[in-house]
Design a protein around this ligand. Structure first.
Ligand code: NAD
Length: 488
């Protein structure tokens, strides 16, 4: 059994308080982690704050070398990390190998080279002044992440934060801390200076997270999680005016027109809804199908979804693993019941698979509802599970109206072979990321984040480095021999 301490100031701290992390596929214990309290939060933040002056004073090239070394070490431990993440999340190892670990490596490689882009500007002003801006890192960053993509979502914060010269205290989700603790070992192995990366674990959802957010030495909070928790974090950040970026929930429309490439769209609709068992903020769970191909597409979608290989997530053949927890299972069942009560028609799944091998985990079948109305709960609220709401529309205007009828605005998919229509839709749908004829692509350089209640701030890309992890300082120098004496 793996055991982990807390990683604070470059040292592993053992604690008497410990808790178990379990594999959601069979509920077996896979590791023991230490329980942090507010005292450890304080020490970890102090360690990050103390490490900041030295780390931020290093050149971009020097910091970039550490990030390259981290990427290299991640490659060396690729299979081990993929399996560990599969065991802690319940997601198929196949998709973690295909997405999470490569995407994490790519983030460190991308941000390793981009530091020198944090340039300032010179600004012409009236009079004889040299006026310029510079970008300065913020200091200690509190990074708080959810359980669905634990390593990659942490890397979305750690890589740009470190590249810009900040230091990090990470609080992973209570149930999925293992890959980010292993990541601490990687930072040790590459000689990252003490205190630059710290990790605190805790079995309760909010104790460590809220103490971190309220800590006066935390200069920035980078949060990914639910909109409900995001609201609480805004309140915690308010007293210290702590900088904040929020990646929150979503209810993405997956909009397909009659002129789409049918097979391509079908493949993407499955990816949009059943990757990670639908436990994705970008899940295209509102399947908007143009009326003339509604039944044909729905039939093909249900047929393919019914054949997904459900199984042990650590089996490389498995395509669809287990939901992450009892709470996630209850949530999926709750939305299925509500949808039926409100008149939607269940055409696939809606229950736990019956085979004995699934009874120890939180398995739930791929689920599809038809006859969903845009005002039904299933069309408005985030399920965060494999429950799809199929709806018919007629033409672009109706598609836009339904697509935008939500509090969320994280992502959307548009499928058509008409370029003009694709562009009109991309511009009219209110979401931070629009995929056209593709879905769930996350290249390291492309800004990512939400409109409306899906949050604010854009992770990834140059904007992230500049806007989320540096602050602008302006400097004005009087170069004139004359000076201004107001009181003369
Ligand atoms: P959550 O909001 O319950 O928890 C997220 C993290 O916040 C966890 O580490 C949790 O321990 C911590 N937390 C909980 N209460 C806190 C508090 N009061 N103060 C500080 N920290 C606190 O979310 P979850 O259930 O772990 O994840 C699912 C949610 O995350 C979904 O809504 C999903 O859409 C969202 N999500 C968004 C993105 C994105 O990029 N926008 C990505 C993945 C998941």
């Amino acid at each position: 059994m793996r055991t982990y301490g807390l990683y604070i100031g470059g040292r592993w701290e053992e604690r008497r308080g410990r808790y178990e992390v379990r594999n959601p596929a069979n509920q077996e214990s896979i590791a023991e982690c230490a329980v942090a309290t507010e005292a450890e939060v304080d020490r970890a933040v102090q360690a990050a704050a103390e490490a900041f002056p030295n780390w931020s004073a290093r050149s971009y090239e020097e910091r970039g070398e550490y990030l390259h070394a981290i990427a290299h070490a991640l490659k060396e431990r690729f299979d081990e990390l993929a399996l560990l993440e599969c065991q802690e999340t319940g997601r198929p190892v196949k998709e973690i190998q295909a997405h999470d670990i490569p995407a994490t490596i790519s983030l460190f490689e991308y941000f390793a080279g981009i530091g020198p882009a944090t340039t300032g500007e010179t600004i012409p002003v009236p009079g004889e002044y040299l006026t310029y801006t510079r970008r300065e890192p913020l200091g200690a960053v509190a990074a708080i992440t959810p359980w669905n993509f634990p390593l990659w979502l942490a890397a979305l914060k750690i890589a740009p934060a470190l590249a810009a010269g900040n230091t990090v205290v990470l609080k992973p989700a209570p149930t999925t801390p293992l890959t980010t603790l292993e990541f601490a070992k990687i930072t040790e192995s590459v000689g990252l200076p003490s205190g630059v990366y710290n990790v605190l674990t805790d079995p309760t959802p909010a104790t460590v997270g809220s103490a971190l957010c309220a800590h006066p030495l935390v200069n920035k909070i980078a949060f990914t999680g639910s909109t409900a928790t995001g609201t609480k974090i805004m309140q915690l950040a308010a007293p210290n005016i702590t900088r904040l970026s929020l990646e929150l929930g979503g209810k993405a429309p997956f909009i397909l027109f009659a002129d789409c490439d049918f097979e391509r769209t079908l493949a993407q609709a499955l990816l949009a809804n059943f990757f990670a068992q639908g436990q994705m903020c970008t899940a295209g769970a509102r399947l908007l199908i143009e009326r003339s191909i509604y039944q044909r597409f729905l039939d093909a979608f249900v047929e393919r979804a019914s054949k997904l290989r459900i199984g042990d997530p650590s089996d490389p053949m498995t395509e669809f693993g287990t939901l992450h927890s009892q709470a996630q299972l209850d949530r999926a069942k709750h939305y299925v019941k509500l949808a039926q009560e409100q008149g939607a028609r269940l055409v696939l799944g809606g229950k736990q698979p019956q085979k004995a091998e699934f009874q120890r985990g939180f398995f739930f079948e791929p689920t599809v509802f038809t006859d969903v109305q845009p005002t039904m709960t299933l069309a408005c609220e985030e399920v965060f599970g494999p429950v799809v709401a199929a709806m018919a529309f007629e033409g672009e205007d109706e598609a836009v109206r339904i697509a935008n009828a939500t509090d969320y605005g994280l992502a959307a998919g548009v499928f058509t072979q008409d370029v003009g229509k694709a562009l009109r839709m991309a511009h009219r749908v209110k979401a931070g990321r629009i995929w056209v004829n593709c879905y769930n692509m996350h290249p390291a350089g492309v800004p990512y984040g939400g409109f409306k209640k899906s949050g604010f701030g854009r992770e990834v890309g140059l904007h992230c480095l500049l806007d989320l992890y540096t602050e602008i300082k302006s400097v004005q120098i009087d170069t004139s021999p004359d000076f201004f004496d107001w009181f003369m």
